[in-house]
Design a protein around this ligand. Sequence first.
Ligand SMILES: Cc1cc2nc3c(=O)[nH]c(=O)nc-3n(C[C@H](O)[C@H](O)[C@H](O)COP(=O)(O)OP(=O)(O)OC[C@H]3O[C@@H](n4cnc5c(N)ncnc54)[C@H](O)[C@@H]3O)c2cc1C
Length: 414
Amino acid sequence: MFEAQTTKSGSVLVSGASIAGPALAYWLDRYGFDVTVVERAGAIRGGGYPIDVRGTAIDVVERMGVLSQLRSAHIDTRKLRFVDADGNAVATVTPESLSGGVTNRDIELPRGELSSVLYDLTRDREVRYRFNDCIDALHDDGAGVDVRFRSGMQQRFDIVIAADGMHSNTRALALGPEAPFNRYLGFCFNLFSLPNDLGLSHEAMIYAEPGRLAGVYAVGDSPTLLAFLNFATDEPPFHSNTDVDRQRRRTAKIFSHGGWEIPRLVAAMQRADDIFFDTVSQIHMPRWSSGRVALVGDAAHAPSFLSGQGSSLALVGAYVLAGELAAHADPVDAFASYERIARPFMESNQALASREGGTLLMPRTQQELDARNAALAAMQTLGNAPSYSEHSRQVHNSLRLPDYSRWLREEQRK
Ligand SMILES: Cc1cc2nc3c(=O)[nH]c(=O)nc-3n(C[C@H](O)[C@H](O)[C@H](O)COP(=O)(O)OP(=O)(O)OC[C@H]3O[C@@H](n4cnc5c(N)ncnc54)[C@H](O)[C@@H]3O)c2cc1C
């Protein structure tokens, strides 16, 4: 039997507690929904690679009241140093000149820190978290969704939202398997950490050969560096993303030769116990909902890290989805409205990755590498960003947030 769920505006199950999940939970709770978040991991995962909050997403975190808290976690990466095989600088530029971001407005912080801030916000409220569990089956009968969890528990909710990332299992249950929605961008990445023996601080060093990219990222003054060994391949190894040893061997073989610090990075990767391997892909869905189940964040429209916009899109999507659910009695109408408002913004941000991100960050051929070096040199000499970064800036800010404040619970209106 399914356990009945008490409702305020309605009961919502959110799958995933990274960025989109807790942000959505926060807003839904403020609009009077009864919110449960289920997360596969045992706890909020701290640390991680740096992500960005910029453009329209700055307005979202400001409305959530955490802007200054996030600002104090800003890691302040000051330069990106592109080097040649001998470690000599090809060009040194600011992160903003590449991303189109805005110095002193954008925030860069480890993904896990943003998650923790959002989680803490919701913990102070009435949001329930269920860690170490996930959805095994869904049945949407038009009036509600019966959910069976891996733990064996069964419960009925008015609405279910997939915020469980690019490889969302909730999306697979409601809208089908990932393959037709995954747009592979031709690269794989391999992230891991190593001791900061290079003495770097607030900077990244990046070395490219055609089809191969190696680098280290000094997150603030951290004693560890985040390293990456990324490579181009036409054959995406989707089938073995979770087989870490296989990916370790494959990456070591691809980087068995090369300049700069590649041998040292390969040795560190062989020892690392925190390898994160995946394809560089986007998610493109023909629709973001099916009945009473909807998608938010990477599950709906992962833009890939080449855009640098995934976290900002997750925050903006969560804000709009919660607001539209508050504004409509019927979730199906709310989902349609959410998609109408947010889709153009999400798609134009996704397009940034294919427009300049690919060739600039991951040149595949010597010709692309030469073009990248020329573009970087121009950025450095001119001291200002080329026109595509102005274009990126416009896209980052291209959604004007709707005002949903009249739907806030009476006692929470300011
Ligand atoms: C290497 C890398 C670098 C990046 N760099 C940047 C950057 O510079 N700037 C930027 O803005 N973005 C960046 N991103 C993208 C950014 O991390 C994502 O876009 C963002 O985290 C999306 O948030 P999300 O909440 O939608 O999904 P995710 O962060 O992917 O979170 C999904 C959550 O769901 C949980 N989960 C998964 N499956 C289940 C399940 N079946 N049941 C329950 N829970 C589940 C996961 O444990 C996780 O907590 C980068 C991503 C990667 C991989």
